[in-house]
Design a binder for this molecule. Structure first.
Ligand SMILES: [Zn+2]
Ligand SMILES: [Zn+2]
Length: 199
């Protein structure tokens, strides 16, 4: 763990001449190579290697962080943060639980939600089903009763901040998990095909 959150990208930029980059206090990293003064550390939140002064590196057991521990490691920035820096998700049997991403990362990644006005005018423009209508989700193709057996949501493109379509709640969560615009859906298909071809 790098408490100072400072180091030099490991790309031949000379430490001591260039000021260190700040990748975030309490960043979690894995030491790749030990040097006499500095070590090469893979900083998870940056997906890259940094040269870090040895005295800035603290041993930390990542298995001591869990969904309910305080502090805990954020899934996105991979910094150790106080539990109060994570948004509450929901209550389960063992009480409230926080989201895996810290508040800062959560806002950065999900962006601000669409306003109700934008959602309503979009629904009108595409002729969204009324509550109780028989409806088919364009993603999972499941036929359900609108807002009775499945909740309908206005899916939107986070970058362009524009509605894309109406899909079921469960598919909306699924797309979010697969990170919309990135290649994760294709990666998932490739992975499944590769597993299939091994059988
Ligand atoms: Zn974070
Ligand atoms: Zn669906």
């Amino acid at each position: 763990m790098i408490r100072s959150g400072k180091g030099w990208p490991n790309d031949n930029r000379r430490p001591g001449i260039n000021p260190p980059e700040n990748f975030g206090a309490m960043s979690i990293g894995y030491r790749v190579k030990v040097g006499s003064q500095r070590s090469v550390v893979f900083i998870l939140g940056k997906h890259g290697e940094y040269l870090v002064n040895n005295e800035d590196i603290e041993a930390f057991d990542p298995t001591t962080s869990g969904p309910r521990t305080d502090p805990k490691i954020c899934l996105s920035c991979h910094r150790l943060k106080n539990l109060s820096e994570f948004p509450l998700n929901q209550n389960n049997r063992r009480g409230p639980i926080t989201r895996p991403r810290c508040k800062e990362c959560y806002v950065l990644e999900s962006g601000p939600p669409l306003s109700n006005r934008v959602k309503e005018s979009f629904k009108e423009s595409v002729g969204a089903p009324d509550q109780g209508d028989c409806w088919q989700c364009p993603v999972c193709r499941k036929i359900t009763i609108a807002n009775v057996t499945a909740n309908l949501v206005v899916d939107h493109d986070q970058e362009r901040r524009q509605p894309r379509g109406i899909i079921c709640d469960s598919c909306n969560t699924g797309l979010g998990r697969f990170k919309n615009g990135e290649n994760h859906l294709q990666n998932a298909l490739d992975y499944l095909q590769e597993c299939e071809s091994r059988n």
